[in-house]
Every structure is written in structure tokens, then in C-alpha cells.
Ligand binder design. Structure first.
Ligand code: MLT
Length: 390
């Protein structure tokens, strides 16, 4: 069976799926066919020729060089929605922490622990020092309406907030999950200028790099509170520090601390705790393991972040899985190659994604290694796998 390398601690719920199917799984596997990981950074990791797929047990995938992988025919998967409940709950907690000085108050209470009978009176006297506004009736701008963003938007409505939702790339699945009472806003400046709170849930990429910068802060209300469950780099930390210093931003709750932001005032920083619940870790690991195995075993691609998604029920006794460039006549060339060898096509699927495409063809007859090698050398084919049914 397949060799799968793990780069982080992955829940046994997921790993046992792979082990039960006979895969060798562990951190010391050499030259793996599959990788399963959480946030380990693979940007400078050399990939062996045998590597077929990487499954990220989580939503964000900025720790993986997805373009380089696409070019090498390595499919990268993520697990959208699998940890959304865990992240949503931490965001709810973060919204409250950003409003009232819950953390400061707890620390203060500890500081008077030696005051004996005076404690109750001291507490009553000091409590207003930690007061802050309610969430009800305030406006929250939710940036990114994927699985987590949609849940945050819905729960914000439940607690009486007005919700502005911004997501230029919203998926149909996420749209179904979102309450109709969320006001969909196309203009980011409108979110900035109308929100009392902003919750960031967008994926980090070159388009979202430093989305919250000096210009963005200049459009926001004085005393806005910002929650970041996306990635550190979505926020320009120098600009955020200035905004915190001036009081423009009253509180910044981030799950992505770094040297710069920890020096700024009014920051609540957590150690990437969003998805750290046993339930989220199990769901992510199970989803990642299933995606990885279905690709290795059947060539089906579901939830890829760099190559086309395409699944086909197995038919025939030989399956060709062809990752290729998305160019005119590619399908014709593949089918001509097959029909020239007098082989019947049982069924097939082709899906494009940008400059890449993926074609799965089930054949009525097995092809041998020599034919496979000939096909592999066809121009514009990035990777060909031949899967046999015994
Ligand atoms: C994610 O990308 O899924 C979250 O940041 C949580 C995580 O990586 O553990």
C-alpha cells in the first residue's frame, strides 16, 4: 500500500483510516507518496519524485508551495469547514474579550488574592475599570464568508449584531449556509467605515497580503475592535501598531502573534488556538485522510486547492489519471492515443482549473508499462498514473 509521511501530530481518528487500509504512516517515512500535515512549513522542503499528494488537515494552506506542487503534478488538498466550529467558538470568545477586559480583570482579581475579607468590597469597587460595550446592536464586518466566516456571521446575528458580509469569491456551499439577514457588501470600504468590529476569515494569499493597512485603518471608525483568525500577514503589523497606539483600533485579538505585534498595546494574542479542539482535530484528520486515500487509490480529487477537482466511480479494469496543461485538443490527443491502440473507453471525466486540467479515463483493457511510458512522454502531460483493478 501507500507510504504516507506525517509532519505534525495528526489525530489517530484520521491516521487509523490510512493504517486500516494498509498504508505505512509516520514521521520517518522516506520518499512518501502522500503527506499529511497541519501547519508545518513545506516551502523549503524538497519533494521526491514519488510524491503524489499533500493533505493539509485544516483550511489554510499558505505553508505549502501550491504552485510549485501543481507544476510537479502534486495535488494539494485542504479540509474546508472541518474545523469551522472550533474556530467560530474561539471567535465568539474573542469578540467578548475584545469588548470587556476579561483578561485584565482576571489578572487583577489574582493580584488581590492576599487581601482576605476585603476582597468582595475591592472587587465591587474595581469592576468598572474592566467594563466594555455589549455586542448587541453593534455592527460587525465579516471578511471572508467561507465555512468559518459564514458561521461567525450567523452567530453574530444570533446575539443581536448587525452583520455586513464581504467575500468576492463566495462559494455556493457557503452561500447556502449563510443567513439571509447578513447584508452582503461588495465594497470593502463600506465594511471598514460602518463596522464596530471586524472579523477576518479570508485565506491568506498575494491578493490579501496586508489587506488591513494604513489606508484601510484610515477609513475605519475610531475604537474599532478587530479579530484575526485568518493569518498574520493579512494585517500590516506596523500599520496595526500605529492604529493601536492612536486608539483607532481599541483592541486587536489575533491567533498569530509575532515579534512586532506583541510590542503593541491592546493586543490579545493566542497561540493559533482556533482549531485546537479534539473535535476539530479529529474532523480535519478524517477528512484529510479520506481525500488523500481516495486520490492515491482511485485518482479522485476532492477539495484540491491547486489542481482541478474531479471524481468518477470506478469502471473497467484500468484507470488513467492524467494531470495535464489546459490546452486545446488535449482531450482529443489523449483519446486518439487510446483509440490508436484499439482500447475501449468505458467512461471519462475532464475538469479544467486555470492553466491545468485533469482527465480520468476508465479503460476496458489494461495498458502495459511501455504504453504508459509512451503516453507519459506526450507533450503537456504533467503526470500520468495508471491504476489497475485485479
Ligand atoms: C486553519 O487554517 O485551518 C486554521 O488556521 C487552524 C489550523 O491551521 O490549525
Amino acid at each position: 500500500m501507500f507510504d504516507i509521511k506525517t509532519y505534525n501530530k495528526i489525530s489517530d481518528e484520521g491516521l487509523s483510516i490510512l493504517k486500516d487500509k494498509g498504508c505505512n504512516v509516520g514521521p520517518d517515512i522516506k520518499d512518501p507518496e502522500g503527506i499529511i500535515l497541519r501547519s508545518a512549513d513545506l516551502h523549503n522542503t524538497p519533494f521526491g519524485d514519488n510524491l503524489l499528494a499533500i493533505a493539509r488537515a485544516g483550511a489554510g494552506y499558505n505553508n505549502i508551495p501550491i504552485d510549485e506542487c501543481a507544476e510537479k503534478g502534486i495535488v494539494v488538498f485542504n479540509t474546508p469547514g472541518a474545523n469551522a466550529e472550533g474556530v467560530k467558538e474561539l471567535e465568539l470568545c474573542s469578540l467578548v474579550m475584545s469588548s470587556r477586559d476579561v483578561l485584565g480583570s482576571i489578572a487583577w482579581v489574582r493580584s488581590v488574592a492576599d487581601k482576605g475579607r476585603e476582597i468582595p468590597a475591592l472587587v465591587e469597587k474595581a469592576k468598572s475599570d474592566f467594563a466594555g460595550p455589549e455586542l448587541m446592536g453593534k455592527t460587525i464586518g465579516v471578511l471572508g464568508l467561507g465555512a468559518t466566516g459564514a458561521m461567525v456571521a450567523n452567530i453574530a446575528l444570533e446575539i443581536g449584531m448587525n452583520v455586513l458580509g464581504y467575500d468576492p469569491f463566495m462559494s455556493v456551499e457557503a452561500a447556502w449556509m449563510l443567513s439571509r439577514e447578513v447584508k452582503h457588501v461588495d465594497d470593502l470600504d463600506e465594511v471598514f467605515s460602518k463596522s464596530d468590529y471586524i472579523s477576518i476569515n479570508i485565506p491568506y494569499n498575494e491578493n490579501t497580503h496586508h489587506l488591513l493597512n494604513d489606508e484601510a485603518f484610515s477609513k475605519m471608525k475610531q475604537g474599532i475592535r478587530i479579530i484575526n483568525e485568518s493569518r498574520a500577514e493579512v494585517v500590516d503589523d506596523i500599520a496595526m501598531t500605529k492604529a493601536l497606539d492612536s486608539g483607532k483600533v481599541a483592541k486587536y485579538v489575533t491567533d498569530f502573534p509575532n515579534e512586532t505585534i506583541l510590542k503593541a498595546p491592546n493586543v490579545i494574542a493566542m497561540p493559533h488556538l482556533g482549531a485546537c479542539t479534539p473535535e476539530s482535530e479529529d474532523r480535519c484528520a478524517v477528512m484529510a485522510a479520506n481525500e488523500l486515500f481516495d486520490y492515491l487509490e482511485n485518482g479522485n480529487i476532492k477539495n484540491s486547492v491547486n489542481l482541478p477537482n474531479a471524481s468518477l466511480e470506478r469502471m473497467g479494469n484500468c484507470r488513467l489519471c492524467v494531470l495535464h496543461r489546459n490546452k486545446p485538443r488535449m482531450i482529443t490527443r489523449i483519446l486518439d492515443f487510446i483509440s490508436a491502440r484499439n482500447i475501449n473507453v468505458e467512461h471519462m471525466i475532464n475538469k479544467p482549473r486555470g492553466g491545468y486540467a485533469y482527465t480520468i479515463v476508465d479503460l476496458g483493457k489494461k495498458i502495459g508499462p511501455k504504453t504508459a511510458e509512451e503516453m507519459r512522454s506526450m507533450e503537456d502531460i504533467l503526470r500520468l498514473r495508471v491504476l489497475y483493478v485485479d
